[in-house]
Design a protein. Structure first.
Length: 104
């Protein structure tokens, strides 16, 4: 795993950079698969990270129809992704909880 400091502001670490973060997706307390992630997994990780960070997470929490449609689309894509199931399942746990909390 390659990690490097992204930036320091006022003496505090404000971010880290992980090389190929999709490679490290795994269920809790499991070792990530050594095989490279699929292109679909990489794309869905990007979408999921966008959904759970500001400002989009605020839109999800406020039941914005566009944000909820994106959330449901990510949920559906993760449920139906045929390849790289273990990584898709790890991402789906997070997104499914958001769907249950905000879009059910």
């Amino acid at each position: 795993m390659t990690m490097k400091l992204s930036s320091v502001q006022r003496g505090a670490v404000v971010g880290w950079s992980l090389t190929d973060p999709a490679r490290y997706l795994a269920a809790p307390f499991t070792v990530p698969d050594a095989a490279p992630p699929s292109i679909a997994t990489r794309r869905l990780l990007t979408e999921c990270l966008d959904l759970i960070t500001q400002p989009v997470i605020y839109d999800v929490e406020e039941s914005d129809p566009v944000a909820l449609a994106r959330l449901r689309a990510a949920d559906d894509a993760l449920r139906n992704q045929p390849e790289d199931r273990h990584r898709a399942d790890a991402l789906h746990r997070l997104i499914a909880q958001l769907v249950e909390d905000y879009a059910a």
